[in-house]
Design a protein around this ligand. Structure first.
Ligand SMILES: Cc1cc2nc3c(=O)[nH]c(=O)nc-3n(C[C@H](O)[C@H](O)[C@H](O)COP(=O)(O)O)c2cc1C
Ligand code: SF4
Ligand code: SF4
Length: 258
């Protein structure tokens, strides 16, 4: 029995997790957003995969907190795949290693896969041509990861975690819950309630037909990218930028991760 735990805002990590699960024997997919609410966080699998996006050079806060509580006692082989816009893994793999070490476990294999960047508060979504190119290369990379995972080899991508990345990620995780202060719905909002449904951590309540953010945000940007009206903005710069979600991941798959 093997399990893959994933977290995903716009579907890149979920797509990778699904492809892995399809190609591995007897493998279940478990959303971190659902799992971390359980009282008993104990692994029942011999082989565990973790798939998540890179946030500010490191782990998303929810993934960090989950791993800190997750009891991996009966697990023998652990691997992690980080999806990121630039293609690196920053401090994420060394953070996973450190968290596992606390329970005398090792990260056996760790990889990063470049996927389309979704952080539109900073930059626009890549062009369609670039996205297609990225998808093509990601499939090749995924095949290589699969070979290693199937053979249960020990192989971790060597990437020195720079101090600046570790500090940036620590600061991000500390502040992330209140980052939603910059999220708002503009006049295009038609009260469809999709943002409330899609938020993996139930951070949105509809009040008088408009979303209100409750300050326990993970900044996954699912609400912003999946809003059918493109009405959700983050600060001043996102109104003219494109929206993105993985083309093969349906909205219900993101909704169902909690
Ligand atoms: C809050 C946030 C921070 C991000 N930080 C980084 C980063 O430091 N480096 C990077 O290459 N990509 C960064 N990205 C881009 C995502 O890692 C990338 O698009 C990822 O594949 C998204 O995965 P998902 O679709 O499963 O949510 C960031 C995205 C978000 C939302
Ligand atoms: S998803 Fe968009 S249109 Fe629908 S309620 Fe939320 S902000 Fe409004
Ligand atoms: S409020 Fe939006 S950005 Fe924050 S966790 Fe929910 S879906 Fe993600």
């Amino acid at each position: 029995m093997q399990s893959i735990y994933y977290f995903s805002g716009t579907g890149n990590s979920l797509y990778i997790a699904k492809k892995l699960a399809e190609n591995l024997d007897d493998c279940e997919l478990i959303p971190v957003a659902k799992a971390w609410k359980e009282d008993d966080l104990t692994s029942k699998s011999e082989k565990i995969g973790l798939v998540f996006p890179l946030y500010y050079y490191g782990l998303p806060a929810i993934v960090y907190d989950f791993l800190d509580k997750f009891d991996l006692n009966s697990t023998e082989y652990i691997y992690a795949i980080v999806t990121s816009g630039a293609g690196g893994s920053g401090a994420a793999l060394s953070q996973v290693k450190k968290l596992l070490k606390k329970q005398s476990k090792t990260l056996n294999a760790g990889f990063s896969i470049k996927m389309p960047a979704n952080y539109i508060p900073l930059y626009d979504v890549p062009s369609e041509e670039k996205r297609l190119n990225t998808f093509e290369k990601s499939e090749e990379k995924l095949d290589k990861c699969l070979e290693i995972i199937k053979a249960e080899e020990n192989k971790i991508k060597r990437e020195p975690a720079k101090l600046i990345g570790k500090v940036a990620n620590l600061y991000f995780r500390k502040k992330v819950n209140r980052k939603d202060k910059k999220l708002f719905a503009d006049e295009k909002c038609n009260s469809c309630e999709i943002c409330e449904k899609i938020c993996p951590v139930n951070n949105i309540n509809m009040v008088d037909g408009k979303p209100q953010w409750q300050h326990h945000c993970q900044l996954c940007l699912a609400c912003l990218h999946f809003c059918p009206q493109e009405a959700i903005q983050y600060g001043k710069r996102t109104s003219k930028r494109r929206r993105y979600h993985h083309p093969q991941i349906k909205i219900n798959e993101i909704i169902n991760q909690k």
